[in-house]
Design a protein around this ligand. Structure first.
Ligand SMILES: NC(=O)c1ccc[n+]([C@@H]2O[C@H](COP(=O)([O-])OP(=O)(O)OC[C@H]3O[C@@H](n4cnc5c(N)ncnc54)[C@H](OP(=O)(O)O)[C@@H]3O)[C@@H](O)[C@H]2O)c1
Length: 227
């Protein structure tokens, strides 16, 4: 059984991934609140990944880092503090996790790290300066570590478009907006958390043993297709 460490499996994409993994994997979840599920294969630790004490774990085969932010403001309203806060949760939290668990990851079988970017790195969109900067950092981290950790550890990132989670609740605030965001995508729908979770499960598993250094646009066509 693979041992997968999820940072942020209490909700959103992390929770959807945890749900898919739990029957056939040993899953350790770290988040500030517990997931609303119990299972013999699941261990939860309540911890803030930015400054909490990370628990001692044994051999790890996969790490998925889910915490992120959506802080959309025009440039003249973004403070330096906004940029630093977004960088902390998107980049520094991932760096801290990977550094801390690298020895355990090195002992894993076809070990895999999955990080999260956003379509807003490739697709210029107004009001995304802070989050795009941070996620560009995540993509840089993905590329660098995939080279540095080869041939044993793989590192990939998923760059999703809008996904129906608590994080996106401020964007998806009424039916009219939901319809217009759906309409903007060539495939006419944005993502469910499960859409991203299925890709994450693949990247965390041994089936993706030949993939590293990839930033995969899970975008319903919005970055990749011009109609
Ligand atoms: N949703 C979207 O539209 C969208 C679009 C593009 C990219 N993304 C990216 O995809 C990733 C997953 O997004 P999501 O929508 O699933 O996010 P989400 O619903 O906010 O879930 C984030 C998870 O991370 C945990 N978390 C947050 N801060 C934490 C901290 N300081 N310490 C420990 N755990 C923490 C949360 O649990 P607790 O609150 O219990 O700690 C939660 O389980 C993020 O990196 C996001 O930037 C999302």
């Amino acid at each position: 059984m693979r041992h997968i460490l999820i940072i942020g499996g209490s909700k959103g994409i992390g929770k959807a991934t945890l749900d898919l993994l739990i029957e056939n994997n040993k899953v350790t979840n770290l988040s500030r609140t517990a997931p609303d599920v119990t299972h013999p294969n699941l261990t939860h630790h309540s911890v803030d990944v930015l400054d909490g004490e990370l628990p001692v774990l044994e051999t790890i085969d996969g790490i998925m880092y889910c915490p992120g932010s959506i802080n959309l403001k025009p440039m003249n309203r973004l403070s330096i503090e906004d940029f630093k806060t977004d960088f902390d949760i998107n980049v520094i939290g991932a760096v801290r996790t990977i550094q801390h668990y690298l020895p355990q990851l090195k002992q894993g079988v076809s070990p895999s790290v999955v990080l999260f970017s956003t379509v807003a790195v490739k697709l210029g969109m107004p009001f995304h300066a802070s989050i795009a900067v941070s996620k560009a950092g995540v993509e840089g981290l993905t590329k660098t570590l995939s080279a540095e950790f080869a041939p044993h550890i793989r590192v990939n990132a998923i760059a999703p478009t809008v996904t129906q989670t608590d994080l996106a609740a401020g964007i998806l605030r009424n039916e009219r907006i939901i319809e217009s965001i759906n309409e903007r995508h060539p495939l006419k729908h944005f993502l469910s958390p499960e859409d991203a979770a299925h890709l994450a499960v693949y990247l965390l598993g041994e089936q993706s043993r030949s993939m590293t250094g990839q930033v995969i646009q899970l975008d319903s066509g919005i970055v990749s297709v011009k109609l």
